[in-house]
Design a protein around this ligand. Structure first.
Ligand code: GLV
Ligand code: MN
Ligand code: MN
Length: 389
């Protein structure tokens, strides 16, 4: 499966561009459908492009167990964030069949669209729509960098029924840090997700000539942005939170002109919701103060926020059971996941992590060794077997 997926959407840097509803991402979805057809799994799609492939043996009844992840990537992301959960789910179904296991309840493999929010801006857009935690009315007008609306690329409209009847969700994911490397184990389970959010900072000034405008006469929004980025890093370093400006749009973006406008996106994460509010408000206040000094202005808009998630204890304990009687270690994560959205919607949820030797994620160096991926498949298959007995 990896051999087939590896070239899809890979660019010169070795990273992936699998933005939702672009040809590369659609190719991964077509690949998923083929893999499901080869396994006699029935694929259902909701009006937003989310998919669930069902293994529903005759007589299977009761609350379904869902696994899976996403196939989209960040811009030039790694190959494992998302696809590892989908490939492992398909491999776990194969392992269960080899073991002769027949699920007593329906077992589904979910693929949620736009998990990364790399095209339409909202993280976990697909799972938010599937669970009803975001409305179609607010989603349809979201626009990508070229002005294309989400409502133009999906049918939308009707409510999704895809996760109705799902009693638990187990998402396997590549680790996005080196905790498991230090613990010297291939697999771990997640305890919680840090609260996090995305905030758009619109800095405005006055466009002017780079040569003829005296330094003291400028109203340069780039300076306000630069000062704000430095302050954000200083504040987050002091509080132990995370603050990242990773995306910037400059207008008109000319070398020999003072810009008129700079739009920057802050991704902020903290150990509690109160700490998140505090770090964002400190960065916002610093931006306003600096704007006053530079004769510019700044407006801050919260584009999406994700609350703290604590994964369900009983399910997590079940998923952490090793076949040798021990248990996989529990670790917290600062990354967002569809599992967090399903958990917030009241579906008992747990996550398995697979060791990533580089610790790097959202970048081409993201990696998981084949033997660790196989340990992840075993752990997932063991969990699914117990949960669907
Ligand atoms: C998703 O991977 C996120 O944490 O932004
Ligand atoms: Mn992911
Ligand atoms: Mn990600």
């Amino acid at each position: 499966m990896w051999r087939e997926l590896a070239p899809v959407g890979r660019v010169r840097t070795g990273g992936y561009r699998r933005q939702p509803f672009t040809s590369a991402e659609r190719e991964t979805v077509a690949w998923f459908r083929q893999e499901c057809a080869a396994r006699d799994l029935t694929v259902e799609e909701d009006p937003y492009g989310n998919l669930v492939a069902w293994w529903r043996p005759e007589g299977a009844a009761g609350d379904a167990v869902l696994t899976g992840s996403h196939l989209d990537s960040v811009v030039e992301g790694g190959g494992y964030d998302g696809p590892l959960g989908v490939v492992s789910a398909l491999a776990a179904v194969d392992a269960l069949r080899e073991r002769g296991h027949v699920p007593a309840v329906p077992l589904g493999i979910g693929v949620f669209v736009e998990e990364e929010g790399s095209r339409f801006g909202i993280a976990c857009l697909g799972s938010r729509l599937a669970t009803g935690s975001m409305s179609w009315e607010s989603a349809r007008e979201l626009r990508d960098r070229d002005g294309v609306a989400f409502g133009d690329v999906v049918a939308g409209g009707a409510r999704s029924t895809l996760v109705e009847g799902v009693g638990s969700f187990v998402e396997l994911h590549v680790e996005q840090g080196r905790d498991l490397v230090h613990r010297e184990v291939p697999v771990g389970v997640a305890t919680m997700i840090w609260p996090h959010g995305r905030y758009r900072f619109d800095f405005r000034g006055e466009a002017n000539h780079a040569g003829t405008t005296r330094m003291g006469d400028r109203r340069d929004p780039m300076l306000t942005f630069a000062g704000t980025a430095l302050e954000a890093a200083r504040i987050a370093l002091e509080t132990g939170d995370r603050a990242t400006f990773g995306r910037l749009e400059v207008s008109p973006n000319g070398t020999n002109a003072v810009p008129e406008r700079v739009t920057a996106w802050l991704d902020a994460r903290a150990g509690s919701e109160e700490a998140l509010r505090s770090v964002v408000s400190q960065i916002g206040s610093s931006a306003s103060e600096q704007a006053t000094g530079h004769g510019t202005s700044v407006d801050v808009t919260a584009e999406s926020e994700s609350p703290e998630v604590r994964f369900e204890e009983a399910l997590t304990a079940e998923v952490s059971r090793r076949s040798d009687g021990g248990s996989w270690p529990a670790i917290a994560t600062m990354a967002g996941h569809d599992a967090g959205v399903l958990s917030a919607a009241g579906i008992p949820t747990a996550m398995l992590f697979v060791r990533n030797p580089t610790g790097i994620s959202h970048a081409p160096a993201e990696y998981a060794a084949p033997e660790d991926c196989l340990a992840g498949v075993e752990a997932l298959a063991d969990s699914l077997q117990r949960l669907t007995r």
